[in-house]
Ligand binder design. Sequence first.
Ligand SMILES: *Cc1c(COP(=O)(O)O)cnc(C)c1O
Length: 380
Amino acid sequence: MHVPAARVVFSDDDRARILELVDESLRSGSLTLGPHGEAFESAFAERHQVPYAVAVSSGTSALEIMFRALNLGGREVIVPANTFFASAAAVIHAGGRPRLADVSAATLALSAESVEAALTPQVAAVLLVHIGGLVTPEVDAIRRLCDERGVLLIEDAAHAHGATFDGRPAGTFGHAAAFSFYPTKVVASAEGGMIVTSDQALYDDARIYRDQGKDGFLGGSHVRLGYAWRMSEVHAAVGLVHLGRLDEFIATRRRVAARYREALAGAAGITPLPEPPGVVSNIYKFPALLDPGVDRTGFKSRLRAEHDLVCSGEVYARPLHHEPIFSQIDTAPGAGALRVAEDVCARQVCLPVHSDMTDEEADHVAGSVLEVAAGAVAAT
Ligand SMILES: *Cc1c(COP(=O)(O)O)cnc(C)c1O
C-alpha cells in the first residue's frame, strides 16, 4: 500500500462548487478584492471567533503585513529557532530584527521561560508559532509576560486552522495572527493567507498594505509602503469552499492521530509528541521524536523502500540558524546554543496525515513505523 507524504483533498462536490464560483467571477469581471474574498474573510473570522479577517496573497505576506503595521523600525521580534523560513524573513522585510529563542521539547513552541529571558527593551513583538497545529498550554503565561512588558504577542498560525487550547481557537491569543492556505496546509486556497485580529486599527492598516498602500480600493492616496498582496477571487473561491470542510478534516486527522498514538504507545525507538491537557491540535502534522542515536535518514529511507511510505516534512528538520542566509542571525538573551531546538529538529519525523486518510492507511503507517523503529533500535 502506497501512502504519500501529503494528499490535497477536494471532493467532487467541492470542485463543482469552486468552478461555479470561479465562473461567477469570470462573468462579472470581479477578479480581485470582490465578493468571494469578502465571504472568505467573514467565514474565516466567524470560524476562528475573531472580529476581523483580511485575505492576502500568502501566509508570508500576512506575516509581513502584520509586522509592517507594527512599524518595527529596527526593533526586535523574538522568533522560535525551529520555524519556517518566512517567520523570520518577514520580520526582516518589515524592517525588524529577528532574534532566535529556544523552545520546549514538549510542544516544539516557545516556552514562557524562554520568552521571559528574551524580553529586553529592544523587543517589539514575540512571534509564537503553533508548530504542527498544537497551541502551547503556556500561551496565556506568554501573553501575560508580553502584556507586562508592553510587547505584542503575534501568532504564526500557518499550521493551526481550527486548533484550540482551552476551547479558544488559534488566532485569538495574540494581538494578530497569520494563517496560510498553501496547498499542504489544512485549509488550502492554492496560494493565500489570512490576517486575523481584534484590533480595528490593525485591520484597517492591513487592508491598506495589501493593496499597494492605498487608502481606498478605487483610487485613493498611497499612504503606506504596501505591495501587491491581494488575494484573487479565484483563490478566495477555492479557500472559501475548502474552509467549509475544516471541521470534518480535523475530525479525520484526529482519528488518524488517535490510531497512531494507540499503536505507538510504548514503541521502541520512537515517541509521538503528546497532546497536553486542554489542547486540541488540528493535527496538521503528527511529529514524533526518534530515540537519540537512531539514524533519521536511514529510518525514512527504510519506510520508503520496504513499506512504500513517505514521511511528511519535518517541522523542522533543522533550525533557522543552520540556513545559509541566517548564519549570522542573532540569538535572544537566554537562548544559549538553542539546545532544545537543535535536538528536536535533529530527531523529529512526521508521520503522514491526510484529511481523507483511511483507517487501513493509518494502520499500515503505524505498523510500518513500529517495525522500522524497532529495527533501528536493535541496530544501535
Ligand atoms: C506555510 C508557512 C508560512 C508561509 O505561508 P505561505 O502561504 O506558504 O506563504 C509561514 N509560517 C509557517 C510556520 C508556515 O508553515
